[in-house]
Design a binder for this molecule. Structure first.
Ligand code: RIB
Ligand code: CA
Length: 312
């Protein structure tokens, strides 16, 4: 059983990652959700989290609103990928639930200090909140057994030629996290692309229950980004760190010391893995490198169908 704090910027793929965990209560206990500015403004991503939890019947999961901007830069919302709302496509009833009223970082701190057992931090957005927690309360940070994050890359980029969005958005925060020494499992662009879901796979969910219908509505919007580019599949980026926890046997990875470029004009937010041991630094990041894509896609679809039955 993984006891999870999810820090996210929903975001279509953040929501699918959340749904995959909700489908497997035998594997994931979600202690709380914190939101961070990234795909859209902090208000919009927080509203999306509350709206979806209400819609799916999981209003009991506490949500706390986190950082509205990166540590020392301006936020850069991404309407091209996620729309003006941050979750364009599905039409959902307005959120009824409210946030806890605690700042996301204070909420993380509270949850961690209350725990007697290990906590896994799942980060699927920029790492602003996580970095603030590490700096604010090192004692609370010691309660984090591992950080499973979607972010970075070995070679690729989706916002700059060599930079992935979550790291690019707050590179100073990401550097604090990667240098913390806390074990990290990094789902970078390469593994997310290797696990990209064929565009003809998710429509098989049509006609299913509430979770299936929501997934189809989200992916009909989200995959347009791939369709207009002539691609035959779509990476559901944030699902990957959850899938690695759910099905570790279908992945392989390698441990490296990983750091983050914060100054470069061309490479701001580039994650740099030390392949040769040049740095005298701990190899605390497991970078995922291969995946059985058929098993990934099958488990994804089965999880959504399972959530249909969990919701009833
Ligand atoms: O680069 C992909 C990442 O950026 C995903 O987490 C997506 O939700 C956006 O936050
Ligand atoms: Ca995200």
């Amino acid at each position: 059983m993984y006891r999870i704090i999810m820090d996210c910027d929903p975001g279509h793929d953040d929501i699918i990652a959340l749904m995959a965990m909700l489908a497997h209560p035998e594997t994931f206990e979600i202690l709380g959700i914190t939101t961070v500015a990234g795909n859209q403004t902090i208000e919009k991503v927080t509203n999306n989290a509350l709206k979806v939890l209400d819609y799916l019947g999981f209003s009991q999961i506490p949500v706390s609103q986190g950082a509205a901007k990166p540590l020392c830069r301006e936020p850069e919302p991404q309407p091209d990928a996620h729309g003006e709302s941050g979750l364009d496509g599905p039409v959902l009833p307005p959120a009824v639930s409210k946030t806890t009223g605690l700042h996301g970082v204070r909420f993380m701190e509270k949850i961690l200090l209350e725990q007697t057992e290990s906590v896994t931090l799942l980060a699927t957005g920029p790492l602003t909140n996580v970095a603030l927690l590490l700096e604010l309360n090192p004692e609370a940070a010691k309660r984090i057994e591992r950080i499973c994050l979607m972010g970075g890359s070995l070679y690729g980029g989706n916002i700059l030629p060599r930079s992935e969005f979550n790291i690019y958005h707050d590179p100073e925060a990401a550097r604090i996290v990667f240098r913390s020494g806390i074990p990290i499992v990094m789902s970078g662009l390469e593994i997310c692309d290797a696990a990209a879901v064929p565009l003809d796979a998710y429509p098989t969910l049509a006609g299913g229950g509430k979770a299936s219908r929501l997934t189809v509505d989200m992916l009909d919007f989200y995959t347009e980004y791939s369709r207009v580019r002539g691609w035959s599949d779509s990476a559901i980026f944030d699902l990957t760190p959850v899938m690695q926890l759910l099905r570790p046997e279908i992945f392989t990875g390698e441990n490296y010391a990983v750091d983050v470029e914060t100054q470069g004009e061309l490479c701001r937010g580039m994650t740099v893995a030390d392949f040769t041991g040049t740095w005298d630094a701990p190899k605390s990041t497991c970078v995922l490198k291969t995946v059985d894509r058929d098993a990934y896609v099958q488990t994804f679809l089965e999880s959504i169908r399972k959530l249909d039955s969990v919701i009833g």
